[in-house]
Write a protein that binds this ligand. Structure first.
Ligand SMILES: Nc1ncnc2c1ncn2[C@@H]1O[C@H](COP(=O)(O)OP(=O)(O)OP(=O)(O)O)[C@@H](O)[C@H]1O
Length: 258
């Protein structure tokens, strides 16, 4: 069995300007890795390349030994079945119930094959995994839930098909610190319980470091740093230091009269 689950190989992507400029990174099977970096540096673009939502100009992404770039439609569908994608802002359908939203994590064929009863059981199981009580939330609309609960429903949708890889795009953005901690604990819990490989794109450095095996920092479309949380905190690289220190509020600024 290959120990590498996701390989980004010399990945290039430009839109009206270069975004990814030669990203190479291996993510181990069962590993949790956080991808951090300044705004606009290509973190979400990297995540979208993982499942072919964006096609790179050069380079490849290899999932469990299989090229995403060279995959035909059927192969791509098979690769995508291995991956759960937690979109930014949960991206739930407003007019659909929680049940219907979570079921969207399965294809129409999978839903049909399961039938009503087994589908309900599968959705309920996914909700339980994200610590929501199915009977309380199944028929609710997203607007009837708190922001933290909506995020958890988004995660339930990503895990309902029992993926081997979970991709999280800004999983705690917009949440208060308490709910942010709940979601980080949940990501950690799912990593252990489901044994999944997790890639987390995030701005919340403090929240993500404790649950990450490694951290990768993107800068100007390239991996500037990759290492453990401790190595990241103690890095002497000037750009890493500047990035980390930016996150700590300057108390003098806070005391400035306004
Ligand atoms: N589909 C697209 N078409 C054109 N440009 C795009 C597209 N997707 C992303 N970009 C551009 O690529 C750059 C990187 O965007 P990306 O969303 O990956 O940044 P990010 O590092 O995730 O930023 P943030 O932390 O602010 O979410 C941005 O300049 C963005 O405008």
């Amino acid at each position: 069995m290959n120990d590498v689950m996701v390989e980004y190989i010399d990945l290039y992507k430009a839109f009206d300007h270069p975004v990814l400029a030669g990203v190479t990174l291996d993510v181990g099977r069962g590993e949790t890795i956080s991808v951090v970096g300044h705004s606009g540096t290509g973190k979400s673009v990297l995540l979208k390349n993982t499942i072919g939502l964006i096609v790179p100009d050069a380079g490849d992404v290899v999932i469990d030994g299989q090229s995403v770039v060279r995959a035909d439609r059927r192969q791509l569908a098979r690769i995508r079945k291995k991956v759960g994608y937690v979109f930014q802002n949960a991206a739930l359908f407003d007019s659909m119930s929680v049940f219907e939203n979570v079921a969207q994590g399965l294809s129409d064929e999978e839903q049909k094959e399961l039938g009503t009863k087994a589908l309900l059981a599968k959705v309920a199981e996914a909700l339980e995994l994200v610590n929501l009580t199915p009977r309380k939330v199944l028929s609710k609309l997203p607007s009837e839930l708190s922001g933290g609960m909506r995020k958890r429903v988004g995660i339930a949708r990503a895990i309902v098909g029992r993926p081997e890889i979970l991709l999280y795009d800004e999983p705690v953005t917009g949440l208060d610190p308490v709910n942010g901690t709940v979601v980080h604990r949940l990501i950690d819990q799912l990593s252990t319980e489901l044994g999944v490989t997790s890639i987390i794109v995030t701005h919340d450095i403090e929240g993500t470091l404790p649950i990450s095996d490694r951290v990768a920092m993107l800068d100007h479309g390239r991996i500037r740093f990759v290492g453990t949380a401790d190595e990241f905190r103690n890095s002497t690289d000037a750009l890493v230091r500047a990035f980390l220190e930016r996150d700590v509020p300057d108390t003098d600024d806070l005391l400035e009269p306004v």
